[in-house]
Design a protein around this ligand. Structure first.
Ligand SMILES: Nc1nc2c(ncn2[C@@H]2O[C@H](COP(=O)(O)OP(=O)(O)OP(=O)(O)O)[C@@H](O)[C@H]2O)c(=O)[nH]1
Length: 302
């Protein structure tokens, strides 16, 4: 790959309490939907990368789940995943929303970040469209008082305000390097994982309060229909923890499950640009969040 002099390339990740807008910010920077977002906390369970391509730089963003105190085994794995991610990136974006006071959760994370001494941390004050100028100014000051940051940048992923500044500041901290990925590539996440995330997002719609973290999706197979290059057969399994949850997902006479299947299929077709036949099953994997074997089977590795 050819690259201009002084080209920079490297890895960044965003951390912060659940729901502070990390996924939305990453999607806005990358310019396409690669991580799922929701109005409920902790929906991002996998490290998903988006890539920002510029003539002078390539910024590879690793989206991390919310840092939080572990409650279940899944929680513990997430935390160790987050901490190992932090030592592997070139720069960290610590997200704090403009419209909420800084709390214990933010300080807890700031403390963890100060332990990762070799990686510069940029504080990103998110959701600025939801705050007044005065509130934003106060938040910038408050953030500057909780830890030492290499920079503090206000942004709104919603309006797009200051997105270019966030990208510039992150890129400043990347090493000089030729591009690490081909031009035009937005994510290196396997398609199967993206497809699984779209199914999970569709399944959670409308039932997040009842089943916030209890649905996992495994895509078993994706293969072109024999003799047809315009149709992809996808076989996927949803797992819930209890029979009562299965009943919720299926709905009256299977109506909800059909809706979930249709919605997910349309989104997958839009993502992959091909027609799709989706075979979607649902099983109970008892207490999968607490069982190491089940977690491994569902793709959460040590
Ligand atoms: N108004 C406004 N809303 C935003 C902005 N960024 C995110 N949101 C909303 O805030 C909520 C949480 O955003 P996410 O991007 O899912 O937050 P997250 O930090 O990735 O959350 P977890 O996956 O739980 O860690 C969603 O409802 C978003 O639509 C923003 O710039 N402005």
């Amino acid at each position: 790959m050819t690259s201009p002099d002084n080209h920079r390339a490297g890895f960044a990740c965003f951390v912060g309490r659940p729901n502070v807008g990390k996924s939305t910010l990453m999607n806005a920077l990358v310019g396409t939907k690669v991580a799922i977002t929701s109005s409920k906390p902790q929906t991002t369970r996998r490290v998903i990368r988006g890539i920002v391509h510029r003539p002078d730089a390539q910024l590879i963003i690793v989206d991390t789940p919310g840092l939080h105190r572990p409650r279940t085994l899944l929680g513990e794995r997430l935390d160790s995943l987050v901490l190992s991610t932090l030592t592997e990136v070139d720069v960290i974006g610590f997200c704090v929303p403009a419209n909420e006071p800084i709390g214990k959760g933010d300080r807890f994370i700031a403390d963890k970040l100060s332990a990762v001494k070799k990686t510069p941390v940029i504080a990103v004050v998110t959701k600025c469209d939801l705050a007044s100028k005065e509130q934003i100014a106060q938040q910038l000051l408050a953030v500057s008082q909780i830890a030492e940051f290499a920079a503090i940048v206000p942004v709104s992923a919603e309006s797009g305000d200051q997105l270019d500044v966030v990208a510039d500041v992150l890129i400043e901290h990347l090493p000089e390097s030729p591009p690490l990925y081909e031009g035009g590539q937005l994510t290196d996440e396997p398609e199967q994982v993206l497809v699984g995330e779209l199914i999970r997002e569709a399944a959670l719609e409308g039932v997040r309060d009842e089943l916030p973290h209890s649905i996992a999706v495994v895509v078993d197979e994706m293969l072109p229909r024999e003799g047809r290059d315009d149709l992809l057969d996808i076989y996927a399994h949803m797992f819930v923890e209890r029979p009562s949850q299965k009943a919720i997902v299926i709905g009256h006479k299977g109506e909800r499950l059909r809706e979930v299947g249709t919605k997910a299929r349309k989104q997958i077709e839009a993502l992959l640009g091909t027609r799709v036949y989706l075979d979607l099953r649902i099983s109970v994997a008892k207490d999968w969040q607490r069982d190491p074997k089940q977690l491994r089977r569902l793709g959460f590795y040590d």
